[in-house]
Design a protein around this ligand. Structure first.
Ligand code: HEM
Length: 365
């Protein structure tokens, strides 16, 4: 044997791990059977959160350097995909916890005050490191969310809030995307032209539709005008700043253009990995929203209209957080600005060549 032998129990610290499930209902002399499930499900979540943070920290390290080493991108994407799959897996744990009835929950709920998932330091770290800013969060007891954390964790959270998040790293990386503006190709100008052509064609289709009367035509065209305006706002720097100020978009205009470029030309060999990254972040945003939604439904099922043990309005708070606490909404919303592939601006040959991988056979001597 190359290394000293180790026993399964010692290697995994099983004794310590299994020694931490203490039912308060038992301590107070009224043991509630389902409290064990409640504790174990929460602990399993916290273990998975630990793994998510372990992966996320390594991804942040890759995105934290001034010039991201492209050869590390494959690793970053694989780790983000792992995070996505962990979150997906943890949603299933809600089914297990829901085998507990609201009556079973009431048997021990009073022993929990004022403890709440709201105080989960690891969950708050995940949200913050991914890029959920303080000012985008719902107000809770009129104080910032980190005030609910254990006093020993509040300083650490303030430090994390001052550091670069994955959202920040992604934005800078997108801003550095090459190919967007070349002497013979300006992606944004060509895209704007395609969008205008597309919407004008749609307008003509409506105008020539013999089955619509004049009033219906005007109504449909008004709708098209509104869509056109939404698109055109993207191309107007002044309007874009207004969109940012209103919270409708978060990315800089340059980063948004690059994200759209990657999505649209995703089949070009050089863009396949960047596309996988963006697609994974869209998945992750969706899975986190799904988790929040399932958790809110579970809270409603267990509590009805009762308040949470942490003092929030319970289901109402969680439902609003599901809508508001989104991190990569800009990527999800890109779908609004997609156009059919037949209308996508053609890439000049020299750019397509630069985006390809070539194998050149060695010259025979
Ligand atoms: C019977 C099961 C559960 C109920 C009734 C419940 C209820 C609630 C309620 C009402 C809140 C809002 C804060 C408050 O007033 O306390 C909350 C927050 C939270 N809970 Fe749960 N919860 C349950 C299980 C879980 C589990 C298994 C986890 C896994 C870690 C969890 C994690 C969280 C987190 C992270 C928050 C903060 C959410 C946010 O602010 O966006 N909860 N929970």
């Amino acid at each position: 044997m190359k290394y000293p032998p180790v026993h399964y129990h010692d290697y995994l610290g099983i004794e310590a791990l299994l020694g931490t499930q203490k039912r308060r209902s038992q301590d107070f002399g009224k043991p509630a059977h389902d409290e064990m499930l409640f504790i174990i499900v929460h602990q399993a979540y916290e273990l998975w959160f630990k793994q998510v943070l372990f992966e996320l920290d390594s991804v942040l390290e890759i995105f934290g350097t001034e010039k991201i080493e492209e050869k590390k991108m494959g690793r970053a994407v694989a780790r983000l995909e792992r995070i996505r799959d962990i979150i997906t897996h943890t949603i299933g744990q809600i089914d297990i916890l829901e085998t507990m009835t609201p009556m079973d929950f009431l048997d021990f709920r009073d022993y929990l005050y004022p403890a709440s998932g709201f105080q989960s330091f690891q969950w708050r770290m995940i949200e913050t490191k991914l890029g959920l800013p303080v000012d985008q969060r719902l107000a809770y007891s009129e104080s910032p969310f980190w005030r609910s954390l254990h006093p020993s964790q509040q300083e650490a959270m303030k430090k994390i809030l001052s550091e670069r998040s994955l959202f920040d790293g992604l934005e800078s990386w997108l801003e550095r995307t090459p190919f967007l503006s070349q002497p013979n190709f300006d992606f944004w100008k060509s895209y704007e032209q395609s969008v205008v052509n597309l919407l004008n064609e749609d307008e003509q289709v409506v105008r020539k539709n013999p089955r619509l009367n004049e009033a219906d035509k005007e109504k449909t065209i008004k709708g098209l005008e509104a869509t056109k305006q939404t698109y055109l706002n993207l191309f107007d720097p002044e309007k874009y700043r207004e969109l940012q100020a209103s919270g409708a978009v978060r990315f800089s205009s340059k980063a948004l253009q690059a994200a759209l470029f990657i999505m649209i030309y995703r089949d070009e060999p050089i863009l396949q990995l960047p596309y996988r990254l963006l697609a994974c972040l869209v998945d992750l945003d969706e899975k986190m929203t799904e988790w929040r939604y399932r958790h809110a439904l579970m809270a409603q099922r267990m509590l009805g209209k009762k308040i949470g043990t942490g003092g929030s309005s319970g289901h109402e708070y969680l439902k609003s957080a599901t809508e508001k606490h989104k991190i990569f909404a800009d990527l999800v919303n890109l779908a609004s600005f997609m156009i059919p592939s037949s209308q996508i601006p053609e890439l000049p040959e020299n750019i397509r060549e630069q985006m390809n991988f070539f194998f050149r056979a060695p010259k025979s001597s």
